[in-house]
Design a binder for this molecule. Structure first.
Ligand SMILES: [Zn+2]
Length: 73
């Protein structure tokens, strides 16, 4: 039943696109807020604190991860 599978894939694709749209919107909001989150080591901007933490652990494992409060302007 190739047809049914195609339909399913199309539905999955549409759902992913909808999610991407929603995600893009929230990213836009973060940008509008001025992207307060930045890596203190290499200054790479991040959409939120969680991403900074992930980035620090991946790229700068020897550096201390700053507290979330330290990013609030
Ligand atoms: Zn960095």
């Amino acid at each position: 039943m190739a047809r049914g599978k195609q339909k399913e894939q199309a539905r999955e694709k549409a759902q992913k696109q909808a999610e991407a749209r929603a995600g893009g919107k929230s990213q836009l909001n973060a940008r509008a807020a001025g992207l307060q989150f930045k890596c203190p080591v290499c200054k790479t901007p991040a959409a939120n604190y969680k991403i900074v933490v992930q980035h620090m652990e991946a790229k700068h494992p020897r550096d201390a991860v700053p507290s979330e409060e330290s990013f609030q302007a």
